[in-house]
Design a protein around this ligand. Structure first.
Ligand SMILES: Cc1cc2nc3c(=O)[nH]c(=O)nc-3n(C[C@H](O)[C@H](O)[C@H](O)COP(=O)(O)O)c2cc1C
Length: 176
């Protein structure tokens, strides 16, 4: 797909077919996540690919019972190693920036493959760590169902965004 088309039609997909995802497609999506930049090239992200149905259901349960998560044949969970970046004022939170950049690469690559995703930030952190055996030193940052959308309208272009005049300034904050 054209880059612009990928960006404009990546939508949150909350209804999935259960068709399997070919291994080469999944690998391309993960390779996009791998390619992301990170502070000092630390690459703190670790991805858990969950195919097991019982585990997917458990994840949906600890994610505020968002049942659609388990509908998809795969759930991808982004974990981050919580390192300290002494160069930045966000220091202990830099891994969240790194992981979200990588995860955005993943969601866009998924869209390019015709796969739906939905960023899921609402989950019980201690519970999801337990479900997935996430070790001390790592946190679960975000997760997504990954699968082919049920609706052929799933990738309609993004429209409900603030106007550029509200979010983009010239030279100084607030100046048009
Ligand atoms: C950090 C983050 C956390 C989110 N958490 C959830 C979530 O737990 N459940 C959900 O259904 N959508 C979640 N979303 C999806 C947003 O609601 C969605 O991206 C936003 O409304 C814009 O819609 P769009 O993705 O279709 O463009 C999350 C999005 C982000 C970026």
């Amino acid at each position: 797909m054209e880059f612009d088309g990928v960006i404009k039609t990546r939508r949150s997909v909350r209804s999935y077919r259960d068709d399997p995802i070919p291994d080469d497609v999944l690998e391309r999506v993960l390779t996009a996540a791998q390619s992301a930049p990170s502070a000092n090239n630390v690459q703190p992200w670790r991805y858990i690919v969950v195919r097991d149905e019982a585990t997917r259901k458990k994840i949906a349960e600890v994610a505020l019972n968002q049942a659609f998560i388990a509908e998809a044949p795969v759930v991808i969970v982004c974990c981050g190693r919580n390192y300290h970046d002494s160069y930045s004022w966000i220091a202990d939170n830099m891994f969240l920036v790194d992981c979200t950049i990588s995860f955005d690469h993943l969601t866009l690559a998924a869209r390019n493959e015709g796969l739906g995703t939905c960023w899921i930030g609402a989950f019980d952190h201690p519970q999801i760590k337990e479900v997935l055996d996430v070790p001390v030193g790592y946190d679960v940052v975000v997760l997504t169902p990954l699968g082919y959308p049920k609706s052929d309208q799933a990738f309609r272009p993004v429209s409900n965004r603030k106007p550029l005049s509200e979010i983009a300034f010239s030279e100084k904050f607030g100046r048009q």
